[in-house]
Design a binder for this molecule. Sequence first.
Ligand code: NOJ
Length: 746
Amino acid sequence: MKRLAQLLYLGASIIFAGCSSTSTEEQFVDDLLAEMSLEEKLGQLNLPVGGDIVSGAVKGSELDSLIVSGKIGGFFNVKGVEEISRLQHLAVERGPHAIPLLVGADVVHGYETIFPIPLALSCSWDSTAVERMAKISAIEATADGVNWNYSPMVDICRDPRWGRIAEGSGEDPYLGSIMARAYVRGYQGDDMKSDSSLMACVKHFAFYGAVEGGRDYNSVDMSRENMFNYYLPPFKASVEQGVGSLMTSFNLVNGQHSTSSDWLINGILRHDWGFDGLVVTDYNSIPEVATMGCTTESDAAAMTLKAGTDMDMVSGLFLNTLCDALERGIITEKMIDDACRRVLRAKQRLGLFENPYKYCNPQRTKDDIFTTEHRNVAREIATETFVLLKNQGSILPLKKKGKIALIGPLADAGNNMCGCWSMLCRDDLHKSLLTSMKEAIGDSAEILYAKGCNIYYDETTQLMAAGLRQIPRGDDRQLHREALSVASKADVIIAAMGECADMSGESASRADITIPDTQRELLKQLVATGKPIILLLFTGRPLVLDWESENINAILNVWFGGSEAGDAITDVVFGEKVPSGKLTATFPRAIGQIPVYYNHLMPSHPDPQDGVFNRYCSNYIDISNEPLYPFGYGLSYTSFDYGTATLENNKLSVEISNTGKVEGAEIVQLYIRDKVARIARPVKELKAFERIAIKPGETQRVTFTITPDILGYYDSNGKFVFDPGEFEIMVGPDSRSLQIVTYNVN
Ligand code: NOJ
């Protein structure tokens, strides 16, 4: 069999194509499986970390000997086509049965050309842009030897304290599903066998975005209604889109670790949704099953395999304990075969059996990574993701004239433009905002720069927050003084402040989500100068901006915009581009409002929303229920007027006019409310949207069709149901400013 397999791999497609007429691809995998020993099958289920990009458990020679002895099915976190190619050759030429390896990486928002963080990308509401970014990521990653991408993260999140909100598409299941599909299409292309496509891995299955208190790795307790209607749809959409693999999550769900949840993996994913692809655990998750009290350590691996999970990331427990579990009779050989078959099938779907070296082309590494073309796309997309939160007196865009003070610890921090998942890039190549602005302005204006302050007053907190991307520190008092002196000479102040890149992402939960202390204090001093001030807000999550929203003239949320962020921000600040992003996660007014999200249920004692506290109503004594900036919100340099919405038959239609002076893009949003149902339905749910470019003075009509699928919902058994009766159909520029039309369905 080994010889036959090699012939098939190395003799390339003609032989394979010849074979496929007599035997199916499934048959090929079954034949291979029949040749393998139990140990070799378990080897395929083992996924060690290959390098030290994050935290290396297995390196160098250890990896080599695992490969040669057939004890791994793949590895992740090895960068560079040369080394990956060497390892692939080792597997095919010296490993048992010449089985090629999966090569994984976290290419979450770009490989070396870095795009904005996913939360920002979702604020473009532009799935074409997301698909383009995913395609470019796939081209670059495959050019460097990667064939399996741990992206997209499709966890819905309603809690901005959780740092990983940065990695997903926000709080809405409808938008989240559209984005999930776009990522999968971009990564996998039409044909996963193409040299520039890779296998996507949707994560984290499931409910990780709902960890209690927004604290990473915490547990989740959730009703089935919530699961099916809000948290599962993006996963289901990815499966429908043909995603090749899924990753489990770190959390417990209703007392069971997701990694070993039979209900979730065998039940929902495989049985209900028909997923026959690969399921991998998250990093070292199997031992956690025991840590979290779901079973003993010795049974954790067996329980995980039994639940339908195929590959063990890092722990080695599948490899080292499943033989024993088989002997003890708590798992069957069929379970091992099924898991192994799914690993082999994934390799087959990638075309690795036909050509194991398809991703090992050093010429592509030279030609296809961090190209001017890719960087131009990244710059353009970044401009679509910024959200203009406030623009008093249309202070933005700025004219390139006079003296502009650029102040803040993020103004000259080229290493902090990318955001959380960018450890595979070269951040030394990225321009800081200061450099970009100076280049763009030339001699037409003067930029006066001051760093102004640290990220945090406290050195240790900053050290922790900045992780691998430290920003050199100075003395805060001295820095504040310098900033005020610079500001005093300027006509306008731009403050580049907020979070540094590693304050969001994995293991970056925050309890206080305001702009950190020293920065906020400096902002207050700058405001006290009386000069006009623009805040360019760097952040990986919604922040509480209560004071800023009252006191700063303009706030442009620039998130972490990627390798080209400096130029992209400059484009928007000086009006080369018009902002069009709209929020996909609610910005709370106060931390105590969390969780605060737009698609909530109606409380039993509704708040009359008259701006005062009402005893025995569902409201707070001290603040309003209303968030500061709602879901769907974002301004433009132009203005849009909505005509009166009309509903005829099942078509809702509305005219939108650009009443300003520049062309802009508007995101027209449609929400519904099911007034009477078997279970209470949210006060509004996004069901459709359209992103349209409108020229000044122009009017465009947008029409939405109300179809049964947007009126239904999932019951607690996961069954999609529909209750006839009265619905409200709402349309407008954001989830707060909506026209309502009544719609009756029998
Ligand atoms: C842990 C993270 O939770 C997951 O998102 C990532 O893909 C793996 N580590 C591998 O790096």
